[in-house]
Design a protein around this ligand. Structure first.
Ligand code: PLP
Length: 400
């Protein structure tokens, strides 16, 4: 048998990717599956982006680009950050990577060594702790639970800071909770971080454009030059422009850090895809009508699902302010028994019951460090939302 490097034992495969694979397998067996695990918008790429990619292809723009990204895309990112976020960066402060995921991994790999710590608020996006582990560091988890509406517990984060802390990871709008950092929490964070100047801040803002009910997105990097100088803003075109498969993300931060990440990229990916970069330029430079129209569709789906889920006994659900997920509390169902005679001991038992008996795919909260919850994605059609929420209601009602 093959033997693997020690790092392979340090992390797990992405559980959300696996849920998608289970859904596809059941579908292949002929089941009518409703997949509420999808982590990407179900829209096509905007027409202007398609056109730009076709033109790039016809123009033979299919060669390696600058390692850190094309100047056109770097400038489009700078213009976007200035226009939408009020953040000014030089060209040497931007890196283009193969998705936001890759940007974050390169940042960790450049800065985190054996014994270094990264503070990850819980619940978390699955890749943060695993990327830290792959880089050789230790994720330090801080509970920021449902009881506080999933706002960050700044005092608890401060208590977790040690001399070995390299990063604090922020994610707003949040996957999986849908929470957004309030102005009050941001101000509290900035004040606390001023006392710990050795801590870098990774601010994952990939769901920035998916926000509802008048919620405002503000980057922590806008809270003063001191904070900005230690923050890597991470964003990309995957979620805002439904460009997940084109794999373009970006980071904006201190020039020294960006330089190190570009150095690493010379030995890992060489550069992000040239066609993806051409598409991303078109996406970022376009008018935002597409983004606004899609947000309106997502807002309708969110409102619909909020209303459907509210009526299900045993579940406790709050509508998300942003992202594309409901993070539902199913602790009220644990201890109950299925019609098949199985006792539900955990969120995972519940999720398996939904999958086996109702062919409904959701993701267990424990995958995000938060047992007793499960995540529903509403990046799916109205028809699926109707059918899936009906299955969920029936599944809960059948428990004794
Ligand atoms: N950050 C969060 C919170 C995400 O949920 C995702 C995708 O699921 C990403 C980053 C990855 O984005 P990209 O497709 O740009 O790698």
């Amino acid at each position: 048998p093959l033997s693997f490097a020690p790092l392979m034992a340090r992390f797990k495969a992405s559980e959300s990717t696996e849920a998608g694979a289970r859904a596809r397998a059941l579908r292949a067996e002929g089941h009518h599956v409703v997949d509420f695990s999808i982590g990407e918008p179900d829209f096509p790429v905007p027409a202007n982006v398609k056109e730009a990619i076709k033109q790039a292809l016809d123009g033979d723009d299919t060669h390696y680009t600058n390692t850190g990204g094309t100047l056109e895309l770097i400038d489009a990112v700078r213009a976007k950050l200035l226009r939408e976020n009020g953040l000014e960066y030089g060209r040497d402060q931007i890196i283009i990577g193969s998705g936001a995921k890759s940007v974050m991994y390169h940042a960790f790999a450049c800065t985190v060594g054996e014994g270094d710590e990264v503070i990850v608020p819980v619940p978390y996006w699955i890749s943060y702790p695993n990327q830290v582990r792959i880089a050789g560091g230790t994720p330090v988890f801080v509970e920021c639970g449902a009881d506080g509406g999933f706002q960050l517990d700044v005092a608890a984060i401060e208590a977790a800071i040690t001399p070995r802390t390299r990063w604090l990871v922020l994610n707003s709008p949040n996957n999986p909770t849908g929470a957004m950092l309030s102005d009050a929490t941001l101000a509290e964070l900035a004040e606390m971080l001023a006392r710990h100047p050795h801590v870098l801040i990774m601010s994952d803002e990939i769901y920035e454009h998916l926000r509802y009910g008048g919620a405002v997105h503000r980057s922590i990097a806008t809270l003063g030059e001191g904070i900005k100088a230690r923050t890597l803003v991470v964003n990309g075109v995957s979620k805002s422009y439904a460009m997940t498969g084109l794999r373009i993300g970006y980071g904006a931060g201190p020039a020294e850090l960006v330089k190190a990440m570009v150095k690493l990229q010379t030995q890992t990916t060489s550069c992000a895809s040239s066609l993806g970069q051409a598409g991303a330029v078109a996406a970022l430079n376009a008018s935002h009508d597409d983004v606004a129209a899609r947000r309106a569709v997502m807002a309708q789906r969110r409102d619909y699902l909020a209303q459907r889920l509210a009526g299900i006994p045993g579940l406790s659900v709050r509508a998300p302010e942003g992202s594309m997920y409901f993070f539902c509390d199913c602790r009220g169902l644990l201890g109950k028994t299925t019609p098949q005679g199985a006792r539900l001991e955990s969120d995972l038992d519940f999720v398996r019951y939904l999958l086996d008996q109702y062919k409904l795919v959701v993701i267990q909260g424990s995958a995000y460090g938060c047992p007793g919850f499960f995540r529903i994605s509403f990046a799916t059609s109205q028809e699926n939302l109707e059918e899936g929420s009906a299955r969920l209601r029936d599944a809960c009602a059948a428990l004794g």
